[in-house]
Design a protein around this ligand. Structure first.
Ligand SMILES: [Zn+2]
Length: 293
């Protein structure tokens, strides 16, 4: 799986390739997104990191390392997920999985370095995340850690701050059309008007929703996050995802909201999503979002 073979998230690949070319790789990456998207990205990056003769920052696909990688028997490629993690508790990845990984990372790699992927990093329990901190800070040798997660909010701030974070497009699951439209309208209002009331008025259909407001709010917040992640990718000259394709206000939003504003807004929407899942009052959560965005 090279970057060239990726079905989506080309924009993120375009940001990563210059890093690989320059040799100025950070030691820890975090990719947040749908399962298929993040797995493909994690593997593409690992293969490119391990490749013996990368071309334009991408794996060559033909060297010994790339052949081993595609056959699934690369000695320097380490992989952890819930399924393969030691221990019986199959709802979270525990500290023993991190310790086992750390032992493997201490061994001398066959090639230049190890590349380790931790899939479902959002399932690492707190002890495991704390255990991982040291490795994220000072990985053995030249090794690179690649964390893949569904939600950034499931990770400790101390873990996130040690990683270079990239948001991926969601897997191509059809979003709720009605909520997607509402998220577009809301984002356009937010970008133009820094006032509470127009924002709240825009969310009226959602605030007055009687039929499962929680599910609707979750779908709305998911769409909102996807749109803002698209906007984050936009300055890199990337094609936007089908979500924001053909949406008139998209360019305006990208202009009005810079990278910092978007990152803050994504964090606020993630926080709202968590509140809704935890059972907080939906109306209150959405109104708070109007203030936070
Ligand atoms: Zn290669």
């Amino acid at each position: 799986m090279s970057f060239a073979e990726l079905k989506n998230n080309r924009a993120v690949a375009a940001q990563l390739k210059p890093l690989l070319q320059s040799g100025k790789l950070v030691h820890a990456f975090l990719f947040v997104g749908g399962k298929e998207s993040r797995l493909q990205m994690g593997k593409a990056l690992a293969e490119a990191i391990l490749c013996e003769s990368p071309e334009d920052g991408d794996a060559c696909g033909s060297c010994l390392s790339c052949r081993k990688f595609s056959h699934g028997n690369h000695e320097d490629y380490l992989y952890v997920d819930l399924e393969t993690a030691p221990g019986n508790a199959k709802t979270q990845i525990g500290v023993d999985a991190v310790e086992a990984l750390q032992e493997q990372l201490k061994l001398k790699p066959f090639g230049k370095r190890h590349a380790a992927v931790i899939e479902e990093a959002h399932l690492l329990n707190t002890a495991a995340q704390n255990k991982l901190l040291k490795t994220l800070e000072e990985p053995a040798g030249d090794s690179v850690l690649i964390l893949l997660a569904e939600k950034r909010e499931a990770l400790l701030p101390t873990v996130v701050s040690r990683c270079s974070t990239y948001y991926l497009e969601e897997d191509s699951e059809a979003p709720d059309e009605e909520m997607l439209q509402l998220a577009k309208d809301f984002l356009a209002v937010c970008a133009q008007r820094p006032l509470f009331f127009p924002r709240r008025d825009c969310l009226k259909p959602l605030l007055e929703e009687k039929n499962d407001p929680r599910a609707k709010a979750s779908a709305f917040l998911a769409c909102l996050q996807m749109l803002m992640r698209d906007a984050l990718l936009y300055p890199y000259g990337a094609k936007t995802s089908p979500l924001s394709d053909g949406w008139d206000a998209f360019g305006m939003i990208c202009e009005k909201m810079d990278r910092d504003a978007l990152n803050r807004a994504i964090a606020a929407a993630e926080e709202a999503g968590r509140s809704v899942r935890l059972g907080y009052n939906t109306g209150y959560t959405l109104k708070k979002l109007c203030l936070d965005l």
